[in-house]
Design a protein around this ligand. Sequence first.
Ligand code: TXA
Ligand code: MG
Length: 350
Amino acid sequence: MPSSTRVLRIDAQTPDPALIAQAATVIRSGGLVAFPTETVYGLGANAWDAAAVDGIFRAKGRPASDPLIVHIAEMAQLSQVARDVPASACLLCRRFFPGALTLVLRKSARIPDNLCAGLDTVALRMPNHAVARALIQAAGRPIAAPSANTFSRPSPTSAEHVLDDLADNVDLLLDGGPTVIGVESTIVSLVEEPPRLLRPGGISLEALSALLPDLQYSPHFADDRADSLPAPGTLLKHYSPRARLLLFRGDDAAVYAAMRAEIAKHSRVGLLLLQRDAEQFHDLNMPIESLGRNSNQAAERLFAGLRALDKAGVAVILARAPEQGGLGLALHDRLLRAAVGEVIDARAML
Ligand code: TXA
Ligand code: MG
């Protein structure tokens, strides 16, 4: 079915100002624009406009309790969005802005309450993507944007993913090709002492800890069946394919054996594995999505792989828990949430 979303193809390095101007007009008039960043595609609206921000929650089917990220294009906008900015923020901005880092700070009075889900804090980042930066500049205001997927689905790393989820719910889509990093930004809260990493992402914990030695990270996976409201963004079920995902832990031999045992139990199984692991299963006739050779390639391909296996119609996806250094920490977090906690310890099965 043709969608009513206007799609404009745009060069990711040198975006055509005429196309950017069209998108900026949509933002200024309260509409929704999906646009590429270096991490994933965002679903943007004027951050000063509560009604436009409301439109984001409606389009995504996102609960009002889950706050959005504000995207800025220049440092001067930071003081419009946040107040009482600590020295540690300046340190991180100098090193990582523009880039895949989101900071949680005290919010300015100008930020509408719905954007922050009623909290006194705001998440803010400066994307490192020419299209995103040009759009924010041309709109002349910060842009509120979550990932441009339906709530709890894998984040979109291409324009096609955005259309798959949100066709008809977005006024305009800037198609700048696939995103480079492929997992979302790292979120660091600077409103607590010591500072805390809330979501691993495109900037590694190691790189951040080098600047913020007291940075804490304790993975938290809230169960949405629990009565109390979980902290924003910590829901266990997130980034989920439609298929059930099983995450395997253990050394090569144990994992390969356990995977073969699991494959034998189901019809319509698919694999999402690094190339070297995928090669072990080439004798089997089943959908396999390769995550490439290393964690950079795996991050780039992860969400596309989950979506491709859903499209192939598999009922079960088998994946392997990655090493948790560098981008591996974000990969592990996304896979565990996609698996909704279903982890198989292959060692225990030998
Ligand atoms: O890379 C990214 O960060 C992408 C691109 C589009 O910029 N955006 C993104 O947005 O991943 P979203 O909405 O999918 O994830 C934002 C996360 C949510 O988990 C939300 O709970 C958390 O940021 N967040 C937003 N404001 C917060 C706040 N004030 N305190 C704590 N967490 C917050
Ligand atoms: Mg998201």
